[in-house]
Design a protein around this ligand. Structure first.
Ligand SMILES: [Zn+2]
Length: 334
């Protein structure tokens, strides 16, 4: 079968590899769409998170954001038939076929006819956003700040807007991504390349760095760090900025990955009584809810799919996903 195989940093090759063999209770999907995840990019750039790739003889096959058609079933899997349109959890989706373990086959989610395979492939990153949004607990009348308008940050915005009337401020360095945030309902967007986002937000909300809030509706109830920090980044980390703008008793949800250590003034956390919450992955309930939000039309993911590539152009696809200014979500359509 066709596959995109990771050999080492900046080295992904299109190859012919062996099709996965099934054991009892396992399911084979013909992959129709598979997104490139931020975690795949950390692997692609620096070889991080190798465990998220499927080991094969010549290297690793990445990709866990996929949808497809059931091509084969070993034995019986209740509720699943050949030809079903589904999305599921698994590894090795940058290929023509992907094997779902017996455990994962039990959690197959069927797709509504109205949902395309490409849109369905964005279910997993939406679940990651939903998990972060659930930690941020948006309520009507609150103000939340999303720092970083990539697929996860934009997904957090979508989740908050789908389920509350909270005000959302989105900060990013790319005008293109900020325009996308506006299109998806952001109330205010700030380009941190052009202005000091911390000062701007503090001014907007009548808050101060130490969290003395002069106007109740000027509170920043939650801040999401969906930007993180790359290996070569210098300057004030997004996490430090997030801690600066969160109001007293606010929540700071860190869903981004840090490629280097970051130092923070913990006194800010203490004095403001902040909740600092790490957010990794999601629960199966959140994965199912994400699929439902898409099929119910409450969240439209197609505006986030910026590029589609065949597996033959694997290297091009990964390089494109690296272009933060250009790409939001790159999807393989094998
Ligand atoms: Zn992912």
């Amino acid at each position: 079968m066709k596959a995109a195989v990771f050999h080492g940093p900046r080295d992904v090759r299109f190859e012919e590899v062996e099709r996965p063999q099934l054991k009892e209770g396992e399911v084979l999907l013909r992959v129709k769409a598979c997104g490139i995840c931020g975690s795949d990019l950390h692997t692609y750039r620096h070889g991080m998170f190798l465990d998220l790739g499927n080991r094969i003889e010549s290297g690793r096959v990445m990709g866990h954001e996929f949808s497809g058609e059931v091509a084969d079933i070993c034995g019986e899997v209740p509720g699943v038939s050949i030809g079903d349109r589904v999305t599921a959890v698994g590894m090795g989706g940058n290929a023509e076929f992907v094997r779902l373990s017996a455990e994962m086959a039990k959690n197959i989610v069927h797709l509504d006819d109205s949902v395309s395979f490409v849109e369905a492939a964005t279910t997993e990153p939406l679940a990651t956003s939903l998990h972060a949004a659930n930690l941020g607990k948006a309520e009507d009348g609150e103000t939340h700040v999303v720092m970083g308008a990539g697929i996860i940050g934009l997904g957090i915005l979508q989740c908050i807007k789908a389920r509350s009337s909270a005000r959302v401020i989105v900060v990013d360095l790319s005008d293109k991504r900020l325009a996308k945030a506006k299109e998806l309902g952001a109330d205010i967007t700030i380009n941190a390349r052009e202005t000091d986002a911390v000062q701007e937000i503090l001014a907007l909300t009548d808050a101060t760095q130490l969290g003395v809030v002069e106007a109740v509706d000027g509170k920043i109830d939650a801040v999401y760090d969906s930007a993180g920090m790359g290996k070569n980044f210098k300057g004030k980390s997004v996490l430090e900025q997030a801690l600066s703008i969160a109001s007293v008793n606010g929540r700071v949800v860190v869903v981004a990955v840090y490629e280097q250590d970051v130092s923070i003034d913990y006194n800010i956390v203490v004095r403001k009584g902040l909740q600092l919450l790490g957010s990794w992955a999601w629960t199966m309930e959140e994965f199912v809810e994400s699929a439902e939000l898409i099929s119910a039309g409450k969240i439209d993911r197609m505006p986030l799919v910026s590029h589609q590539f065949p597996l033959e152009q694997a290297s091009n696809a990964y390089e494109t996903q690296l272009l933060a200014d250009e790409a939001v979500k790159v999807v393989f359509t094998p």
